[in-house]
Ligand binder design. Structure first.
Ligand SMILES: Cc1cc2nc3c(=O)[nH]c(=O)nc-3n(C[C@H](O)[C@H](O)[C@H](O)COP(=O)(O)OP(=O)(O)OC[C@H]3O[C@@H](n4cnc5c(N)ncnc54)[C@H](O)[C@@H]3O)c2cc1C
Length: 328
């Protein structure tokens, strides 16, 4: 059977589609004329809200796998789901988010079919003969374009924040359940514990404001003040790897090469030096503000606004001023 169309893997969390997966519909829309219709694959357990949302984002068809086996993000289980959907759709291109899960699943699916795998890409073009994907290399200092013939289907993971999720269209996709037969081998890995973020905390990857504490804040207790500032700004709190390695904050809050990618409207770095492994995770921020006592810190040079000061003098005053303005 000839491959055509695009299969979009939608990762869910707590029944809702993850924002990074919704952005894939922006990517799919950009190459749909060349490749054909979009099929969404929504996977998880108790995912009716995600299905409803995805059905209006430009896909022609939504395949739903709502199964207790898929309640947790286990790569082998999700790969079985994508392979089953692949057999049904025979897509020319399969898109997954460049999340921890998406990256694992994409590799498993591409290896199983022996097809090209474009990892963590920031743009995608399709000609009559080729896929052309661009991806950052050398800690995002360079971009490289990789090509693969269209003679075979391809799999790609897309970096968060690269494409915008489309606005809901008036059109409703056809929604169908997909049955997946899991083998014991698919279920060898089990999730034993899920550590949830505190309730009410804004999701780092989608926050309009991100306040980041670095080693320069001096200790874990400083984060109480940064949390207050974050709350007043309506944002999410992040940290550097130095901070998470010291155990001052959880790894889930780490931003950078080995942490999360953020692209907020406002990034505020407090006591952060701006090592390249950190800046690759925040360089897409619209406005960068930094508080650092070293005028030569790399992040100071990169910032739109820098306060050369001890954070202990600035942050309490910022909090007081914001409280005053918010009438709290
Ligand atoms: C393979 C690899 C992967 C990595 N991945 C990541 C990653 O994903 N994310 C990441 O963040 N890092 C990562 N790193 C680590 C990275 O190289 C840096 O070591 C780290 O980002 C530094 O963190 P920092 O800015 O908090 O600390 P530091 O570099 O120690 O900077 C502290 C800053 O605080 C300032 N400061 C000190 N006191 C004050 C004060 N009172 N008021 C104001 N400013 C003050 C100092 O001037 C300094 O600029 C990685 C490293 C490697 C090797």
């Amino acid at each position: 059977m000839q491959s055509s169309g695009i299969l979009v893997f939608v990762e869910t969390s707590g029944g809702a589609a993850r924002a990074t997966s919704l952005e894939l519909f922006g990517a799919a829309g950009a190459v749909q004329n060349a490749l054909g219709p979009v099929t969404a694959l929504v996977v998880g357990h108790g995912i009716a809200p995600a299905v409803e949302q995805v059905a209006t984002l430009g896909a022609e068809r939504v395949l739903v796998v709502d199964d207790p086996h898929c309640a947790h993000p286990v790569a082998a289980v999700m790969a079985r789901v994508v392979l089953t959907a692949w057999d049904v759709v025979q897509p020319a291109l399969t898109l997954l988010p460049s999340t921890t899960l998406g990256r694992d699943v994409a590799a498993l699916v591409a290896a199983r079919h022996g097809v090209p795998h474009f990892a963590d890409i920031v743009s995608l073009d399709v000609t009559a003969e080729q896929f052309l994907a661009t991806r950052p290399v050398y800690q995002s200092k360079l971009l490289t374009t990789v090509r693969a013939s269209r003679a075979r289907p391809a799999v790609a993971t897309i970096r968060a924040g690269t494409y915008r999720a489309p606005e809901p269209s008036g059109q409703q996709a056809r929604v169908e359940d997909l049955t997946v037969a899991f083998s014991p081998a698919d279920q060898r890995a089990r999730m034993t514990r899920m550590v949830e973020k505190p309730r009410g905390q804004v999701d780092l990857e989608n926050a309009p404001v991100v306040v980041v504490g670095g080693r320069g804040v001096g200790g874990p207790e400083a984060f109480a003040q940064l949390a207050q500032l974050t709350e007043l700004l309506g944002g999410a709190l992040g940290c550097t790897r130095a901070v998470s390695d010291l155990g001052w904050r959880p790894h889930a809050e780490q931003i950078g090469q080995t942490g999360k990618q953020v692209r907020p409207r406002l990034y505020l770095g407090v006591g952060v030096s701006g090592a390249v492994q950190h800046t690759v995770g925040m360089q897409g921020s619209e406005t960068i503000v930094v508080i650092n006592r070293d005028p030569n810190a790399p992040l100071v040079k990169m910032a739109d606004f820098a306060l050369i000061a001890d954070w202990n003098e600035v942050v309490p005053r910022l909090i007081a001023r914001l409280r005053e303005r918010r009438g709290r």
